[in-house]
Design a protein around this ligand. Structure first.
Ligand SMILES: Nc1ncnc2c1ncn2[C@@H]1O[C@H](COP(=O)(O)OP(=O)(O)OP(=O)(O)O)[C@@H](O)[C@H]1O
Ligand SMILES: [Mg+2]
Length: 498
């Protein structure tokens, strides 16, 4: 039986057709994946289903009854719960307060009763959430469970998860998948969006593939392989295997000695890190999120003060050390929206953020629009950025296309050192391949690369050496060809000190 049915749904933004005549059947009690490359129209479609956007034409049915979902509140009344990628919880409030927020008549509220009710709900779904905990003290994976509990409390029958695993560690992903399986077993219907084909094959019964706003396939996990799905999503053949050519590393580009760096609150986040990085070498930094990676990357790029220890060459040469050679550094930061881009600027402006003072982009202090646009047009083609023109605001782009803009900007000007933090987060399989190929080409050219990722598999395929970071320290450095993922995984979890 179909829970949700879409008939000929079309959504345009100006002349651009984001969803083109979509027909979709979501069966009750199934887990249904929506796949598609960056900008294919997945989030737009989910926003229509949850009531955030209105379609320009077409009809939605729930339990075979035609409905109009004119707002998220109506969506919730109809049993549709959306779990957003950027969580919408209030950090200062407790789990219970967050969950009951906005549920109407709380005038004669008995918080203890509510707490007990939520504890019971959490228990019945094996979510293991403490209802009295403050949200800000919970790890990301737990916060996501609170979001799930929140829609269950509102009696959602259909749960929509738009790239829920992008921010999770591997163990958190495994437990999320278990939770979603249980929910489906209890009769809930799940829509799951992910760029990671292994997750989709692991969890989902049915798979729909979108390409450029259209449905190009409806299939099941039994009748499709990851390679076939990748080919359906992307109009060219994607090579899911990275071919890492070994290069013989050259001279030392970066030397870090006994580095100590504090986080934003002044707590020491990087404790005592030393390493050398050579030309043409990729050093992977593997670790669970929040073990000092962010502070290490910032310090190497000169964006955070070194508390103790040394970085050679000094990334931020002061006038006192005029002889210190500074490197041309490309930085791909973790949070593209906060640190990588100015969301209110258009594509062409974001592409020249580092270069706008120079020719050909400005002259006599005036920006030269023609040169800037020209640069943007050629970059959009080179990096396959999907956008309806160079003057589209960056905030209107899909996540993957935003990441491509940062990459294009940071790789311009032949950097000698690249610090890449989660460079493929949120990217589709084609864009992931493109980014990884790009970085491998840079490596061949002699660029030294620090590749920071929470995804072990990605580190194993891309890097020559792998450092494992745990609580601000490198607890092991391995030659990638010698290391096993079990060993590194154990070190990442702190279960073993080498
Ligand atoms: N509010 C908007 N205004 C203009 N264009 C938009 C808007 N929202 C989305 N688009 C465009 O619609 C297309 C589809 O975007 P959408 O966010 O649905 O993609 P997606 O499949 O979710 O991609 P990703 O995997 O990168 O998240 C993109 O090209 C995007 O630029
Ligand atoms: Mg999206």
């Amino acid at each position: 039986m179909s829970y949700l049915r879409l008939e000929n749904i079309t959504k345009k933004f100006g002349d651009f057709i984001a969803n083109d005549n979509i027909n979709l059947n979501i069966e009750t009690g199934t887990t249904h994946a929506i796949l598609g490359e960056n900008g294919a129209g997945k989030s737009t479609l989910m926003n229509i289903i949850s009531g955030l956007y209105q379609p320009d034409s077409g009809q939605i049915f729930i339990d075979d009854i035609p409905v109009k979902i004119t707002s998220p509140a109506i969506g919730i009344q109809l049993g549709i719960g959306m779990i957003h990628q950027h969580f919408m919880l209030v950090p200062e409030l407790t789990v219970t307060e967050n969950i009951i927020l906005g549920t109407g008549n709380n005038l004669h509220l008995n918080l203890d009763n509510k707490q007990a009710e939520i504890a019971q709900l959490s228990q019945s779904y094996n979510l293991e959430i403490d209802p009295s905990a403050k949200v800000k003290n919970l790890p990301v994976g737990m916060q996501q469970r609170v979001e799930i509990l929140k829609v269950l409390y509102r009696q959602a029958k259909l749960l929509i998860l738009d790239e829920p695993t992008a921010v999770l560690t591997p163990p958190e992903v495994r437990s999320l998948i278990n939770i979603l399986r249980q929910l489906a077993a209890k009769g809930h219907t799940i829509i799951f969006i992910s760029h990671k084909l292994a997750e989709v094959m692991n969890l989902c019964d049915r798979i729909t593939v979108l390409r450029r706003g259209k449905v190009v396939a409806n299939t099941t996990k039994e009748s499709a392989t990851p390679q076939q799905l990748a080919d359906l999503m992307i109009s060219r053949t994607v090579n899911l295997q990275v071919n890492k050519k070994s290069t013989s590393p050259g001279a030392v580009v970066l030397s870090v000695q006994n580095l100590q760096v504090a986080d934003d609150r002044g707590v020491i986040a990087v404790k005592n890190i030393s390493f050398e990085l050579h030309q043409g070498e990729i050093l992977g930094v593997a670790g669970v999120d929040g073990n000092g990676q962010r502070e290490l990357a910032d310090a190497i790029c000169g964006l955070r003060k070194v508390k103790q220890g040394k970085i050679y060459p000094s990334p931020n040469p002061s006038p006192l050390f005029v002889k210190t050679k500074s490197l041309r550094v490309g930085y791909i930061p973790e949070d593209r929206q906060k640190n990588g881009l100015v969301m209110e600027f258009d594509i062409s402006q974001n592409l020249i953020l580092k270069l706008f003072k120079n020719l050909p982009f400005s002259r006599y202090g005036l920006l030269r629009r023609k040169a800037i646009n020209h640069h943007a047009i050629s970059t959009i083609t080179e990096f396959d950025i999907r956008a309806n023109g160079v003057n589209i605001l960056t905030k209107q782009l899909s996540g993957g296309n935003q990441q491509k803009i940062i990459l294009a900007r940071e790789l311009a000007g032949e950097p000698e050192l690249i610090v890449a933090m989660q460079p493929t987060r949120g990217l589709d399989v084609g864009a992931t391949e493109a980014v990884q190929q790009r970085l491998l080409t840079e490596k061949q050219r002699g660029t030294a690369i620090v590749y920071i990722s929470t995804e072990l598999e990605e580190i194993m395929t891309m890097c020559d050496r792998i450092a494992v970071i745990y609580q601000g320290e490198f607890v092991g450095i391995f030659d990638a060809s010698m290391a096993t993922s079990e060993e590194i995984g154990l070190l990442m979890s702190g279960a073993k000190i080498s």
